[in-house]
Design a protein around this ligand. Structure first.
Ligand SMILES: Cc1ncc(COP(=O)(O)O)c(C=O)c1O
Length: 358
């Protein structure tokens, strides 16, 4: 399976302005860099991590407002997603409905098929400048099935947020099954977490990699109020699924509760301001920009396929994410993460040059 994601590689980092990876544009905070230095000087990497991640689990539970026995520590959101699938399967679920277009949806089809799931897709509807979820369609798809529904909220790449009352309605309709909500980008928004629903059949996927811009330090979590579910998921997760450097760094960082709150709220404000600027500038170029609550926007450019736009912008030193790799999106879609007005001005100049010569 050939996996396609946004993001540039380490050796490319000085060559391009990266609009392709959905990380916090403020970058990792200095406090995190200090924690890395401190963990390296303690030679954390020479020791096995705590197989129970006692400290990290406690701190993540505090961060997400749940208790220790309602959370499993995972290697980013990716592992939390896989773990949620393995665990629902253990509880008799054999059908998965994926709300697309969404993160990794083509790969998910392959993975879930390999696991033995019957996997169905429900496509969000493109209604001009936003995508909406057809919750009746979703509910009908799962009717009288032992099913789980997977939704990323806010959704990558559409930037859509599905309100809690809709999630509650779906979770109630799938009483015998599960609703898995991937909240990898929730910390960039002013929206509420699905943990607020307090429902036993809602599973919530979390990650620190996006908000702290550290995809190379992999910490996330799977949350559920169903303690039996969490116990089983914790048995299934591999021992030492997080390396000791990541464990050490994030245990130090998360212990500074007031700093974390400050950093997250500053990020929300910056994202909201920079996103408004970016959307305005892109719309001035005549592009269709979809409403987004997240740290990225989906763009439609009907005059040029995304493969060509991608390679032309790369020549101008700008990386964007082709979005034609997502289920349900045509070759005229790209995704751009929110960056500073300075970077957006450079993007607009480069885009202007490309679009003028079509
Ligand atoms: C919606 C969504 N979920 C999960 C992930 C994976 O996150 P992590 O790096 O924490 O595994 C991504 C990464 O792009 C994502 O967009």
């Amino acid at each position: 399976m050939w996996r396609r994601h946004g993001g540039i590689r380490r050796h490319e980092r000085f060559k391009v302005i990266d609009f392709s990876s959905n990380l916090n544009p403020l970058g990792p905070p200095n406090e995190l860099i200090d924690a890395i230095k401190s963990c390296v000087s303690e030679e954390a990497y020479r020791f096995y991590p705590d197989p129970n991640y006692y400290e990290l689990r406690k701190l993540l539970s505090r961060l997400y407002g749940v208790s220790n026995d309602e959370l499993v520590v995972t290697n980013g959101a990716s592992e939390a997603l896989t773990l949620s699938l393995l665990t629902v399967m253990r509880f008799g679920i054999n059908t998965l409905v994926v709300i697309s277009p969404t993160f990794s949806d083509k790969e998910l089809m392959i993975t879930t098929k390999a696991l033995g799931f019957k996997t169905l897709t429900s496509l969000m509807k493109d209604v001009g400048n936003k995508f909406i979820l057809d919750c009746e369609e979703v509910v009908n798809l799962v009717k009288s099935k032992k099913a789980a529904i997977l939704l990323s909220n806010p959704n990558n790449p559409t930037g859509t947020y599905v309100p809690l009352k809709v999630l509650k309605y779906i979770a109630e309709s799938v009483r015998e099954g599960y609703l898995i909500i991937d909240e990898a980008y929730l910390e960039f928004t002013n929206k509420s977490s699905a943990t607020c629903l307090g429902m036993d059949n809602v599973l919530v996927v979390k990650t620190l990699t996006k908000i702290f811009a550290t995809p190379g330090l992999r910490v996330g979590a799977l949350i559920s109020y169903n303690k039996e579910f969490i116990e089983v998921a914790d048995y299934i997760r591999p021992t030492w699924n997080i390396d000791s450097l990541s464990e050490c760094v994030y245990s130090k960082l998360l212990s500074g509760e007031s700093f974390i709150n400050y950093f997250i709220s500053r990020t929300k404000q910056v994202i909201s301001d920079w996103r408004s600027y970016m959307i305005t500038k892109l719309r001035e170029l005549g592009l269709v920009v979809y409403n987004s609550v997240a740290n990225f926007v989906l763009v439609k450019h009907e005059d040029i396929p995304s493969s060509e736009l991608h390679s032309r912008l790369l020549r101008e030193g700008i990386a964007i994410r082709r979005a034609d790799t997502f289920i349900g999106l045509s070759k005229y879609f790209s995704r751009l993460c929110v960056r500073s007005p300075d970077d957006v001005n450079k993007l607009v100049v480069a885009l202007g040059r490309v679009l003028k010569c079509l």
